[in-house]
Design a binder for this molecule. Structure first.
Ligand code: ADP
Ligand code: MG
Length: 711
């Protein structure tokens, strides 16, 4: 019987229609168990009357015409018709549309008034089919109060979609009207399934769906089809990519530097120099037809003349010779190449053709390609790098960075190394992503024991669905922080459905991140703030997300202003201010002057004046760590000339097992010293309390991620 749907689609295609009429959509909905108003098709006045009699009054009549998409705008909807009104309404409809191709007039029961919502599906250029939910009527038109998820959605996704819209409270119950949320969730899931099972259905608009306390009813439906024979857009190049692993990209035992140079400052020199200075553990073979020796290493004219095995080649030659070089790599049996050279698809059509040729050779030979137009990779474990930007000593640690920009391995990496106290495990700059893309790297990093936290900078994604699938699997094991730039409004193409006109790239990307459990950030600064929290603190601390609610924070600050800023930040980021237990209040009372009110956030200044910094912070931190109503702590203190800077009792902090984030303000030099001291002990420090709270909120959301089985 699934073929009822196939048949309806096939009939539309035969009639050269790319959309389904209301009665066809409702037949499909009925078939998949979504309740709709009845929908009979009258071809004459007499039929309209007898159908109305059978349905019972009042009824609604609507024009059914492949030429009329927005029926009420065109005057094609007659509502609330009593027994005497059906003939007149029918004739009026037929007269209004006499010059149009009319299939008939649909006769349906009048649904009783309910809360109007819209459920829709459309196609996103990056992620494929997406689902939409929103309040219907003027709310969808004027307020765009809608939410999205990438299809297929889980029950959890469907529930979140509803809770996300501003009008959710209206659904729950406002002035006596309330919606049956479970029935709406059911419709969302069924539309997700429908679009997944029938890729020919490109867009769906259920607008409106009437929601009642006892259930929901689809009143109007529209579906847009893919033209016949057009291949389904699911998946993109999903299966086309060879899934050989990336071991050779990060862990080569031997590497050829093609385009090696003896001239300091040139890329071909810096790469070699980096490998030698960093102490890369494998064999290094410079390749340059004009040199016999570079930096003390024997040079070879071509890669296939190297008399030893070569796992990986770093290519730093002019773009025009890269194809020739690739052929040599293929003959040599190289497993991976990292193409530093630019002048490919990022530059010109000619460059794009070159890039395609390079990939074709690589596919044929089973070679993975990183780049072109990039600095490539860095691995702190074996000190392998392909970067042409001088890299100095690197603190090895648990954070991996993946970036679209090649220069990440240059300036930004230097910034991280010189300003941060967490260590780095791997870096990958992907450049043009001709072959290896973000999802490939994520798959590799998932299996990399050294990497515990992954930060990704993305501009564009080729295959959003694959990225989402891989990210979703990994994010539950290792926190994934994504900074996506280059988000612009979707081109305002003339859209046939409401859903399509409402779906922007930015909203869909945001939704995809939520579905995958990605920590979404909007700047490098935020990225490092969040990375630092994950790098230092356990990603799912027992106190976060556990049984006790998991997001109740104690804020300890030395000024009232800091307390106000912190309270605002908690509200914005969805963290709760913990309600202190009597024991905590009592402990604070003992050090605080009687006139000072004790509450969370705690303003410590009055106590500091009385019992001094060391004792004040000691008492406050210990009390908050002990308090069972506190899941996490944000502690702000100052570093000022003439004062002794506070140093926490790190053993006490570690023993408590609660996430503690610090904020230190004041003299830049003294602050720097305090940061080094505290981060050296494994606790993150921020320059402002709101930044600490933003980072903590990401930790808390991560701990609360449903650990459901991945899609
Ligand atoms: P269109 O969206 O093509 O203009 P609709 O079928 O959605 O046409 O009808 C317009 C409006 O009329 C709906 O938003 C709804 O408020 C109302 N309406 C349509 N059909 C019914 C029905 N069977 N019962 C109650 N109200 C209806
Ligand atoms: Mg409608």
């Amino acid at each position: 019987m699934a073929d009822l749907i196939e048949e309806i689609i096939a009939r539309a295609h035969r009639e050269d229609r790319v959309y389904l009429l209301e009665h066809e959509c409702k037949a499909i909905l009925k078939h998949i168990g979504v309740p709709t108003t009845s929908c009979l098709v009258a071809k004459s006045e007499e039929e309209a009357v007898s159908m109305s009699e059978a349905i019972g009054y009042p009824v609604a009549l609507k024009i059914l015409s492949p030429e009329i998409i927005h029926k009420s705008d065109a005057g094609g909807v007659k509502l609330n018709l009593g027994r005497g009104e059906v003939r007149g309404a029918y004739n009026e409809l037929v007269a209004t549309f006499k010059d149009r191709h009319i299939v008939g007039v649909s006769v349906q029961e009048m649904a009783k008034p309910g809360r109007e919502v819209i459920v829709g599906a459309t196609q996103d250029a990056t992620f494929g089919p997406v689902l939409m939910f929103g309040l219907g009527g003027v709310f969808v038109e004027a307020l765009k109060d809608v939410s999205f998820r990438v299809i297929p959605v889980t029950e959890h996704d469907a529930q979140e979609m509803m809770e996300e819209i501003k009008g959710y409270q209206l659904l729950l119950g406002h002035r006596g009207q309330s919606a049956n949320v479970a029935s709406l969730r059911d419709i969302l899931l069924k539309i997700s399934d429908l679009v997944t099972a029938y890729p020919a259905i490109k867009e769906v608009d259920l607008n409106p769906v009437f929601a009642y306390p006892e259930g929901s009813l689809v009143v109007d439906a529209r579906m847009i089809l893919a033209p016949p024979q057009s291949p389904p857009t699911l998946g993109g190049r999903f299966d086309a990519v060879p899934q050989t692993d990336l071991t050779a990209v990060f862990e080569p035992r031997s590497v050829a530097v093609i385009g090696a140079s003896a001239t300091p400052g040139k890329a071909g020199f810096n790469i070699l120099d980096n490998l030698l200075r960093l102490g890369y553990e494998g064999e290094v073979y410079p390749v340059n037809p004009k040199a016999r020796e570079i930096l003390g290493l024997k040079a070879y004219p071509t890669v296939d003349q190297i008399p030893h095995p070569v796992d990986t080649a770093i290519i730093a030659t002019p773009a025009r010779v890269v194809v020739e070089v690739m052929k040599g790599c293929a003959r040599k049996g190289v497993k991976a190449v990292i193409i530093i050279s630019s002048g490919f698809s990022e530059e010109s059509e000619e460059g794009r053709r070159l890039e395609e040729e390079v990939v074709a050779i690589a596919r044929e030979a089973g070679i993975r390609v990183v780049g072109p137009n990039t600095t490539g990779v860095f691995n702190a474990e074996n000190n392998f790098t392909s970067s042409f930007v001088p890299v100095d000593e690197v603190t090895s640690g648990n954070v991996a960075f993946v970036a679209q920009t090649g220069l990440f391995l240059g300036v930004l990496f230097e910034h991280i190394l010189s300003s941060q106290h967490f260590g780095v495990s791997k870096v990958a700059g992907l450049g043009n992503k001709a072959d290896v893309d973000d999802a490939d790297i994520l798959e590799y990093l998932a299996g990399d024991a050294q990497t515990k936290v992954i930060a990704v900078y993305i501009e564009g994604l080729g295959d959003g669905r694959r990225f989402l699938k891989v990210a979703r699997e990994i994010a539950r094991e290792k926190p994934l922080i994504v900074f996506k730039a280059g988000i612009t409004e979707a081109g305002a193409e003339a859209a046939l459905s409401h859903t399509a006109s409402l779906a922007g790239r930015a909203e869909v990307f945001e939704a995809a991140c939520k579905q995958a459990g990605i920590s979404r950030v909007h700047s490098f600064e935020e990225m490092l703030d969040v990375v630092k929290a994950f790098a230092f603190l356990p990603p799912s601390p027992p106190t976060l997300g556990g049984t006790g609610g998991g997001n109740r924070v104690a804020i300890i600050h030395y000024t009232g202003a800091g307390c106000v800023i912190a309270a605002d930040a908690c509200q914005k980021e969805g963290l709760e201010l913990a309600e202190f237990s009597p024991a905590t209040v009592e402990a604070l009372r003992e050090i605080t002057p009687a006139w000072h009110r004790i509450r969370n956030p705690v303003d410590l200044w009055a106590a500091i004046e009385r019992v001094w910094v060391e004792k004040t912070y000691g008492v406050a931190i210990e009390a908050a760590l002990r308090d069972e109503a506190v899941d996490a702590l944000v502690v702000s203190f100052f570093a000022m000339p003439g004062w002794e800077t506070y140093t926490p009792d790190f053993d006490l902090l570690r023993a408590a097992g609660k996430p503690v984030l610090f904020c230190v303000e004041g003299n830049e030099v003294l602050v720097g010293e305090a940061v080094a001291r505290i981060e050296g002990q494994g606790f993150p420090v921020y320059s402002q309390v709101n930044r600490a709270i933003f980072a903590l909120s990401n930790l808390s959301k991560y701990a609360l991620l449903p650990r459901v089985s991945p899609l």
